[in-house]
Design a protein around this ligand. Structure first.
Ligand code: ADP
Ligand code: MG
Length: 335
């Protein structure tokens, strides 16, 4: 990543000019007018999908260990992921900024380039309560390809991409090193060897690759959600909204080796981390059994269970015990 843009002395209009100058070109055909007027103009041929997220310093992120350039990237990635989980192609974003200090436009640019979206507008203000970032992502999808949470069917196969629990353990490592630092500022943080799980937390990727592959194979997931709160909690959304139960198998759950060993190091149960750790931004979806063959050999899609009639949602352990699942996702209102 290239040099960082410091905002502190620019002021609001200076910043808007800077943003406009950094995003001079639009790559999506559907962007008719981007930054520079009172509103952006978008010309979608199909259905438009929209999703927003609000990120508040001290609530959703801690600048103590969230490097500012990753924050710019992550705030785009998590919104693009919401568009992907509707089985839609993201095309534009807007960013609202409440600034107490700085933000890396380079990171926002890198994310826009990576996910092929145009930054078409936003709003900018000073903030007296820390950094505030709100991103809205806009995407496009043909009506027949939309994947709702509510349309899973009995006997559909439950699929999940990548591996789970890593971001949660990345957070445990960063929290531990922050505590060490607060007690003794002389101590250097020990992060070597934890690269993968820390990166999973700080710089998540939206799985657009999977969306494109499903299209190439002519597969429309019967339901889909991105894993932001944790597998258990997100699977419950699909099951409840589809009016079904779900059965997943412990021995099918994807976990990275480093996630596993770090969980053990922290005296945490690795499977609990996989089930309840949030912020992995992998895709959780269901497919009709007839589509299984087409995906069977995919190296990064895991088949973890089935949808069933009824309302029970549970895990079948390695010793064939049935454990009902509980939603223990992040809940900012609970604590
Ligand atoms: P308004 O007074 O209508 O809010 P602004 O002066 O705030 O207009 O914005 C001027 C232009 O700059 C608009 O096109 C707006 O979308 C864009 N803009 C402002 N802030 C941002 C931002 N944080 N990111 C992207 N574009 C922005
Ligand atoms: Mg404005």
């Amino acid at each position: 990543m290239d040099k960082r843009t410091e905002i502190s002395d620019l002021g609001e209009f200076g910043l808007i000019d800077l943003i406009a100058s950094k995003f001079p070109e639009n790559i999506q055909d559907s962007t008719e007018k981007g930054i520079g007027d009172d509103a952006a103009v978008i010309n979608h041929k199909e259905k438009t999908v929209i999703s927003s997220d609000l990120l508040l310093e001290g609530v959703h992120f801690d600048l103590g260990y969230m490097p500012i350039q990753h924050l710019g990237y992550k705030s785009v990635a998590v919104n693009v992921s919401d568009i992907a989980s509707m089985n839609a192609i993201p095309t534009q974003i807007t960013i609202n900024l409440g600034l107490s200090n700085r933000i890396s436009l380079e990171a926002v640019k890198a994310a826009c380039k990576n996910f092929k979206v145009d930054l078409v507008g936003g709003d900018t203000s000073t903030s007296t309560s820390g950094l505030v970032i709100s991103v809205t992502a806009i995407g496009e999808v043909e009506e027949e390809n939309i994947a709702y949470r509510s349309k899973a069917k009995d006997k559909d196969i439950i699929c999940v991409t990548g591996d789970l629990g890593a971001a949660y353990l990345g957070l445990q490592v960063l929290e531990r090193e922050k505590q060490v630092f607060l007690t003794n500022p002389e101590m250097q943080p020990k992060l070597e060897g934890y690269d993968y799980i820390i990166q999973r937390l700080l710089k998540p990727e939206a799985r657009l690759d999977i969306i494109h592959e499903l299209r190439d194979q002519n597969i429309v997931p019967t339901s889909m959600i991105d894993v932001s709160d944790g597998l258990a909690s997100d699977l419950m959304h699909i099951a409840k909204q589809s009016g079904l139960g779900a059965r997943i198998y412990e021995d099918k759950l994807p976990i990275d080796q480093l996630t596993y060993t770090t969980a053990v190091e922290f005296n945490l149960d690795p499977i609990t981390c996989v089930l309840n750790g949030g912020e992995d931004y992998e895709l959780l979806f269901t497919i009709d059994q007839k589509d299984f063959e087409k995906l069977e050999k995919h190296p990064d899609i895991h088949f973890i269970g089935y949808m069933e009639k009824g309302s029970e949602i549970g895990l079948v352990t390695k010793n064939e015990q049935w454990v009902p699942l509980q939603a223990q996702g992040w809940n900012h209102f609970k604590d």
